[in-house]
Design a protein around this ligand. Structure first.
Ligand code: GUN
Length: 291
């Protein structure tokens, strides 16, 4: 049976480290992150709330801006511009997904690179591509690297397969895994990939970022692989008060017995995304304060 990687425990360690680091800094002001949420998507409401709670716990100030569902691009841009210009704001996070009248690309690129703690802007993706240490790296893939490292998984020269090619996870994940120091041999699969099961079954490290429950079945996993499940899918459930439960992209019950390590959903990758957002916010603050 696999070792279950406890994302909550690793995230708590990161929070403690950041809190200690911040406590050791005496400066005129605390770090500050601004959250923008457009509309009332229930998942976005709960993610932003979680981020606010963790920021407070670490000692990071947060400001929440909620815009109506029918917000137009020029209105969202005006808010981003004012936060870009605000010397008291170190970090800006626009929660995705955005309503369909808004362009995520234009929105992410509107955020000033030195406040783009999501790492979604052209500038930060370019820096990541060049392995420049100044890059803000997207929080979910950065959190996965931290989980892999702290779990003692060796990636050097080993085969990593990333299933999913999104801007938020798949693409930056592939770049991070092939980076010097990680040194994995990386394959990226997506919805058009032929022989998906065969390719996945060659992975020493398998990253599932598809957004569809039960996509990775036991026959797609090599014996002894490390499996990272990025999926957060809401499926109907009669056994919960809310009427739904969260499941990943991996058929956990049947895959877990085959692998060496696996992340659960919830409590795997999710908490690490928040921890990396805090880490990036502290880094932005230090840069702004010249620390
Ligand atoms: N939606 C899902 N994941 C993320 C993330 O890491 N950042 C933002 N801004 N939105 C998200």
């Amino acid at each position: 049976m696999a070792e279950i990687i406890d994302g909550n425990a690793v995230a708590s360690s990161v929070h403690r480290e950041l809190k200690e680091e911040l406590a050791g800094i005496s400066a005129a002001r605390r770090p500050c992150v601004a959250f923008i949420r457009v509309g009332e998507d229930p998942a976005s409401v709960s993610y932003v709330r979680k981020k606010e709670r963790v920021a407070a716990e670490i000692g990071i100030e947060s400001r929440l801006h909620v815009l109506p569902e029918n917000t137009q691009q020029n209105e969202l841009n005006a808010l981003i511009d004012s936060l870009n210009a605000d010397g008291g704001v170190d970090a800006i996070l626009v929660q995705a997904p955005l309503p369909k009248q808004l362009s995520e690309r234009d929105t992410f690129n509107r955020v000033r690179a030195d406040k783009d703690v999501d790492g979604f802007s052209n500038a930060n993706l370019g820096l990541l591509c060049q392995e420049d240490p100044r890059a803000f790296v997207a929080c979910t893939p950065a959190g996965i690297v931290e989980l892999i490292r702290r779990s003692g998984v060796n990636t050097s020269g080993r085969r990593a397969v990333v299933v999913g090619r999104s801007l938020i996870v798949g693409k930056p994940m592939a770049l991070l895994l092939m980076k010097k120091g990680m040194d994995a041999t990386v394959t990226v699969c997506h919805s058009k990939s032929e022989k998906l099961a065969e390719i996945c079954a060659q992975a020493d490290i398998l990253i599932a970022a598809v957004g569809r429950p039960q996509t990775i079945s036991a026959d797609m996993v090599k014996e002894g692989a490390c499996v990272i499940d990025v999926g957060i899918n809401r499926v109907p459930s009669s056994s919960t008060k809310s009427g739904y439960k969260l499941v990943g992209d991996v058929d956990f019950e049947n895959v877990a017995p085959k692998c060496s390590k696996i992340t659960p959903v919830p409590g795997g990758v999710g908490p690490m995304t928040v921890a990396m957002l805090m880490k990036n916010t502290l880094a932005a603050y230090k840069r702004h304060m010249g620390i």
